[in-house]
Design a protein around this ligand. Sequence first.
Ligand code: NAD
Ligand code: MG
Length: 401
Amino acid sequence: MSRQSVTVLGSTGSIGASTLDVMARHPERYQAHALTGHRRIDVLAGQCLAHWPARAVVADAAAVDALDGLTRSAYVKAGRRLQIDHGVRALCEVAGEADTVMAAIVGAAGLLPTLAAARAGRRVLLANKEALVMAGPLFMQVVREHGATLLPIDSEHNAIFQCMPVGGRPSGADVLRIVLTASGGPFRTVPVEQLASVTPDQACAHPNWAMGRKISVDSATMMNKGLEVIEAHWLFGLAPADIEVLIHPQSVIHSLVAYRDGSMLAQLGNPDMRTPIAHALAYPERIDAGVAPLDLVQVARLSFERPDLQRFPCLGLAYAALAAGGSAAALLNAANEVAVEAFLGQTVGYMDIPRIVEQTINAIAVTAPSSLEDVIAADDAARRVARGIVRSLSSRTGLPA
Ligand code: NAD
Ligand code: MG
């Protein structure tokens, strides 16, 4: 069997590291082609020396020199060569070169490289949900036209994919609806009036999953689930009314599909992203992921509740953006990225996040993007407006902008 070459976009992140962990368990199947990271060059260097990719991409020229310094002698000793580049163009290049591309850059920064992988007709493992939220119709069109294989990594979407008929899409009217499960995050039971004063570290302390800081805050606000509703709409072609969200604090059922004969199919497992990653890497085969089997007796109880939109206004904002269509989801995503960054930088408070998102969407007319440039223009406009709101909020509270 010839080995699959794999580019891991965002290899230094949480999903990236889990991907390399699964690949390392199967050296006869997977070979790293390129690894990319933005800031943690020491981590990236360690990954290069463990996986020997031919290419690496970093943020800027200084990072190129730093990575070169950390890897050159080991590569020379091993008789290998590492080509190190920086910037978006290089990210798009390495995304187009491998058999399989793990799209695990966080946020809008992942859009162009992920699209490049789809345009090159690759097998695209999609963790970077923001790319699909921003540019859903365009993204799916590129996947279709260029014969790419799109496999969802988000645990909910991967679960739904596994519970769908072969091919991962509903056939005819058989599928009535899907249910996305959500843990409810760290503030599920915290009194609403205390939320205004929670800190970034509290927001990032997720009860069940260890993830990057941006998605951890999104999980606390449930914007993550909102982005996932939009992601599910584009991946599975279901109407918003047929995409339900339920809070399931144990994070054992990763999502469900309801069929017209009364069947409900669910995918269960321990909350460990290596399961969906291994599923997508090996699909349609199954490989060991290093994940312990689920002990149902120890889990004992599975509970469900409806999300409270007073506590989680971001979820309502995301459904509204999906209903509005056009550029609305790109505006939502960009405003959320700015708001979360400001919250993580302690410039605004936690409850300012939905405020910034809502005010940004209300301030900008929704358009119907017909090109990538239109999507990027909407993203830019939303960032400008959201940053203005951050400045006015921080000057009011005396926090640094
Ligand atoms: P993370 O913050 O741990 O890692 C992000 C990666 O992106 C890093 O490698 C970083 O270097 C890179 N990066 C950041 N900014 C960049 C930029 N401007 N240009 C190029 N690279 C950049 O994030 P994560 O938790 O691994 O999440 C990655 C993606 O996967 C996100 O879209 C997230 O929503 C999605 N996802 C994550 C999980 C999870 O369990 N962590 C689950 C489902 C979906
Ligand atoms: Mg998810």
